[in-house]
Design a protein around this ligand. Structure first.
Ligand code: SF4
Length: 759
């Protein structure tokens, strides 16, 4: 067995390993935030900036989409929020001189961490066809280049307009408007890769693809089930909400293949008691086998049905449809099969049931652990069945809570960033702007990559994000990207996507959330929507990283003017000058935004309407909340193989790598680690500290390999392993996606572990 790391990046291949921690936040988190912030911003800028994060007069944290409470602390951010802000407000700069010193071929060899650490982009940069280096370019020339390539297309459907979830509502609205005026619905977004399964399942069952709870509902719940989610790293301030819920008497069940420190104990840095001792959060930890969640909820549903008076019959009769078919399927659930699918014991499930039956107000929260499997959509529908049975939707302290990952990913979708727009939305656009939007559906992320791969798409434009690192099947995605005629990235910082280019490439540097946005009409603010449908303003105060930056709305408006020319009657110039004029149009096109400018001027913003939550009205095809009855699925695991989930480290936000540690899991100074249960490791003869290649096995017979991972014995569920993305995205084929939602199935990858070659 290999015991030395294979040759490669000496930093990334040298992880040191200690045991996992059993508490999150506290003093170490405060110290870590301050260290990173000072390193990137210096002391004064750190203080000035962090005091404005998530404040009513400040800017929205560019990290996750967790909502802000009504009454805010002076420090209303978490460790990972501080890291996200520090990355953006850094004093480091990537100038034209940097690009002159680093050819694209050199950038392509660098790690994502190294690229991100170079600092903020300062100038628009252009890679000409056949060029080796990016060169500075004027904004006018940059827009000309995009216009030239779009004009050369046979159809607007050969262009792709990707959006990452940081984009503001205003920029997103303009961006989709531009794409549709051009004539395409090719608007893939990062939501295609994360919560699309939630949207698909919820739209069908409750009639709206968003969560049905507000922050105060968490505080009122009797029971909160946190499934397939690690809030301590991915939505850290959710821990405060869980702590408050517990203080009010709520019980918490977490359902996850890995024990996570944040769910074990939260040391709230805002309170003395929290700093000293902290609060235990989990009342019950169900260490489920990867992909066993649908089976678990199905059995719980059967047990509820079999318990006298446990079903809220009045709610079921008045508000739901499809109960009989669902109940027949649930009654057929089998204990033995469920124990196999979940890896849980009968006693654990019975304990969960007793907590469920004792609760009058239950919330289920989830994240990627539920959404990125082949059977994710039926899994989430089963969660909805579970809540509907006891009337837990449309009642204070109860409901569905998909927790969104990127700060405005939900808002972008509300603004029309969607490849399959609703006809009513297109009708409203047509009425407001006087053009006929395309009605054909566009490409989602996976289909966009296939279109590039097959030569059906030639221009790729990304509004933020790091597309090649976020996407599955890395080798295929990168080869597809290299086939494009033009790749364009609107970015604040350097990332791998800038090094994997089409024949021509542009980097368009943009303002960050922390920065002042001065336009012809004066200082502007933008708006965002959080994970619970609250819309609020965000205004930066720092001087921009460079005088050459444009805001995202300005980039779209100028691009649209250049590309669409006189054919467009849209007042792009006015939109660029004054974002209030964009909000006026949003108010006329998108329901729930009436009187947008006045309402967003209120401190804290406003809540978007949500019919199931507000009125127990379900805008589905049946006019009721729909029970569903899909067959139970769970991943099969061949002998000698492990089921791998991809996940983030604590020093990571989506594809942004802030550092090389995963403090809560006891990993330091390295990312190429694979966490394996010690008993599985013994069976596979994998010593802790040995090095293996991860090789995924799919029906297509193609071998996909991620080399050089250090084995870490770790208390994962039996048969399950875990390793970080984007390093493991290479293992997930483009075609391995969730049914209906087409979300990459990155959480259930069958792998064999092979000894690494060391030379
Ligand atoms: S919980 Fe999310 S939004 Fe809040 S500060 Fe942390 S990263 Fe930012």
């Amino acid at each position: 067995m290999a015991t030395k790391p294979p040759k490669g990046d000496p930093v990334q291949d040298a992880p040191q390993v200690a045991g996992p921690k059993h508490a999150a936040a506290g003093l170490p988190a405060v110290g870590h935030s301050l260290r990173i912030s000072q390193r990137q911003m210096g002391l004064k800028r750190t203080a000035l900036t962090l005091l404005r994060v998530n404040q009513k007069e400040g800017f929205d944290c560019p990290g996750c989409a967790w909502p802000e409470p009504e009454h805010r602390h002076t420090f209303e951010f978490c460790e990972n929020g501080a890291k996200a802000v520090a990355e953006e407000a850094t004093l480091r700069r990537v100038t034209p001189e940097f690009f002159a010193a680093h050819p694209v071929s050199d950038l392509a060899t660098r790690s994502g961490y190294w690229l991100g650490q170079q600092g903020r982009l300062t100038h628009p940069m252009y890679l000409p066809e056949g060029g080796t280096h990016y060169e500075p370019v004027t904004w006018e020339r940059a827009f000309d280049i995009v216009a030239e390539e779009i004009a050369a297309l046979d159809s607007p459907d050969e262009a792709l307009f990707y959006t990452s979830g940081r984009t503001s509502n205003e920029a997103a609205f303009l961006y989709q408007l531009f794409a549709r005026e051009l004539g395409t619905n090719n608007l893939p977004d990062c939501s295609n890769m994360c919560h699309e399964s939630s949207g698909s399942a919820l739209s069908q069952t409750i009639g709206i693809g968003k969560g049905s709870v507000l922050l105060e509902d968490l505080h009122k719940a009797d029971l909160i089930i946190v499934a397939g989610q690690n809030p301590g790293t991915n939505h850290p301030r959710m821990l405060s909400a869980l702590e408050q819920a517990k203080a009010g008497g709520a019980k918490i069940i977490s359902v996850n293949p890995l024990p996570e420190a944040g769910m074990e104990r939260f040391k709230n840095p805002q309170t003395a008691q929290g700093m000293l001792k902290g609060a235990a959060l989990n009342d019950l930890f169900l260490q489920i086998r990867i992909g066993g969640d649908q089976a678990l909820f199905r059995l719980l549903n059967k047990l509820i049905l079999e318990t006298e008076d446990a079903v809220d019959q009045a709610f079921v009769d008045e508000h739901t449809h499809g109960f009989e078919e669902f109940a027949a399927a649930a009654r057929a659930a089998d204990w033995d099969e469920t124990l196999t699918a979940t890896g849980l014991t009968r006693a654990e499930i019975e304990e969960a049931l007793s907590l469920v039956l004792a609760s009058q107000r239950t919330i289920v929260c989830w994240a990627m652990g539920l959404t990125q499997h082949k059977h994710s959509v039926p899994t989430i529908r089963e969660v909805v069945n579970f809540l509907l049975l006891r009337g837990n939707i449309g009642r204070p302290g109860a409901g569905v809570c998909p927790v969104r990952g990127h700060s405005n990913v939900q808002g972008d979708r509300t603004m029309g960033i969607f490849e399959r727009p609703a006809p009513a939305f297109l009708d409203a656009l047509e009425k407001e702007f006087g053009f006929a939007p395309p009605r054909e559906h566009g490409y989602d992320v996976v289909r966009a990559i296939e279109a590039l791969r097959d030569g059906r798409a030639k221009v790729f434009f990304a509004m933020g994000g790091n597309f090649v690192s976020a996407s599955p099947d890395t080798d295929v995605t990168e080869a597809a990207m290299r086939r494009a005629r033009l790749t364009v990235h609107v970015s604040t910082k350097l990332n791998r996507s800038h090094a994997v280019t089409g024949a021509r490439a542009l980097i368009l540097p943009t303002l960050g959330r922390t920065e002042r946005d001065l336009q012809g009409g004066g200082e502007q603010f933008v708006t965002v929507e959080d994970s619970m449908g609250m819309v609020h303003a965000s205004q930066g105060r720092l001087e921009p990283a460079s005088t050459h930056l444009l805001s995202e709305p300005a980039i779209v408006a100028r691009l649209a003017r250049r590309v669409l020319g006189d054919a467009s009657r849209t007042p792009w110039e006015e939109f660029e000058k004054d974002y209030a004029t964009i909000r006026d149009r949003i108010a006329r096109v998108i329901p729930g935004f009436e009187d947008f400018n006045a309402r967003v001027a209120e401190p804290g913003g406003f809540a978007l309407p949500h019919a199931p939550r507000d009125e127990r009205r379900f805008p589905t095809a049946t006019g009721k909340a729909n029970f569903t009855a899909a067959p139970v699925e769970y991943p099969a695991l061949p002998e000698g193989r492990l089921l791998l989930q991809t996940l983030r480290s604590h020093d990571q936000y989506n594809t942004t790598i802030y550092g090389l540690d995963d403090r809560y899991r006891g990993i330091k100074n390295g990312r190429r680690v694979v966490l394996v249960n010690p008993e599985d490791a013994a069976g596979l003869k994998l010593a802790d500290g040995s090095y293996v290649d991860l090789v995924s096995e799919w029906k297509d017979g193609v071998e996909r390999r991620a080399p050089g991972f250090r084995v870490v014995h770790y208390p994962t569920a039996r048969g399950c392993a875990a390793a970080y993305y984007p390093e493991t995205n290479v293992l997930v084929p483009l075609g391995a996606t969730a049914d209906t939602s087409n979300t990459p199935a990155s959480k259930s990858v069958v792998v064999r572990l092979e000894q690494s070659a060391t030379d």
